[in-house]
Design a protein around this ligand. Sequence first.
Ligand code: PLP
Length: 505
Amino acid sequence: MAVTEGILRRQSARESAARTYARALPIVPVRARGLTIEGADGRRYLDCLSGAGTLALGHNHPVVLEAIRKVLDSGAPLHVLDLATPVKDAFITELFHTLPPGLADHARVQFCGPAGTDAVEAALKLVRAATGRSGILAFTGAYHGMTAGALAASGGACDVRVTRLPYPQDYRCPFGVGGERGAELAARWTESVLDDPKSGVRHPAGMILEPVQGEGGVIPAPDTWLRRMRQITAARSIPLIADEVQTGVGRTGAFWAVEHSGVTPDVMVLSKAIGGSLPLAVVVYRDDLDVWEPGAHAGTFRGNQLAMAAGTATLAYVRRHHLSERAATLGSRMLSQLRDLAGEFPCIGDVRGRGLMMGMEMVGAGAGAGAGAGAGASGGGGFAGDSGSSGVTDPGGDLAGDLVDIGAAGARESVGGPRPAAPDIAAAVQRECLRRGLIVELGGRHSSVVRLLPPLTITDEQASAVLDRLADAVESVAGSHTAHDEPRQPQRRRRRQGDRAERAG
Ligand code: PLP
């Protein structure tokens, strides 16, 4: 305990005020395997944060460790810039093996600096070079990374103009209708912005989108909308960039999330899971776009051999063991169990996700106000990384107040739209989960979405343990603040409590 406290004290004294996860998760991991992390104090946690969605195979999977050891023992150079090596060659072969048909046969790959954000920068640069145009179309709620200014400070051109378009969402639909109709209206808006000569938007260099918005609150794009974006961009010769940094490698129930819709993007941005827990990022694109100059996108750390070996092992394991199918089946079962939980606790406003990328939006009391209902609750579009700073505060200063009369608010929901987002309740659930040995992520436009990103290797038993702990945490947050949020089905709660053996190791 003293070791843990000492390390945490020194961390808060010495590390940046911008640190994120560390604020909401005051633990000191020293060992990890699969779903489980062990802290310096000996406590064990079920990790459903998975390195912000990086760990497709969980922590320290044997095939990943073996691949890393093999490179270390071989005497191969660990730093090679962007030179060719057998390790890199094997990685590209395995990566191309997994690509959506239509891209695989005509693909080029650019290795980037090791973070997802660097690959996003490279993708934007690529389409600007290929089209000779400069503007980019992006979507409300999108998250593509954190870099800004490095190129400007280096004297490079970086005046990327971004036009923001509506991303379809059911629960807080900007048009107040949701469903297929909301998605169709969002598509029409995009079309009209591109075709209206007075829209103020010049013909863009590319469109970038996430097939499932992760940090934006776990919002899967409807397949029909994604196909519409493909038609709209193809008809106007606008390269479509799919940012699969978080959705890739089986996470959503398909190897790449674009496969659900059958869409073939022109460019794919990949990172996180492709490095098998080590830093790696690439852009994959159609070869006719490959017209940029040598050195157009450089970077010292583009040749991480250990990450490529770990990545090759991970990609191959996910493919050979059909882990995307497993993510689809288990994910839909877990989502339906989360929906049952939402039926018990009105402070869960919405449950959504795809595969093993799941979220639960926490809401407070108050009349719904359509699309803008949540805006007043947190005063900011925080992403997952903000959860430690903005998510743990209670903007209204009254968590109990948020929960009072929530049942009555629930009755109004259908007529007045969704209730206000409740980042304070989400943060309380995250804290209660941690107390019960479960690590969850927060995200969403208002930091009000409790997110689950378990490894694809999670067993049925572990999944039950995760849901038990989560249900317990929600119950304690709901129950400790007000008597008005009584579960709607107490018999189920009692059964769950009976079940609550520590099933995961
Ligand atoms: N794109 C998406 C969809 C992401 O989810 C993220 C990070 O969460 C990024 C890009 C940025 O990746 P990185 O944090 O490695 O820069």
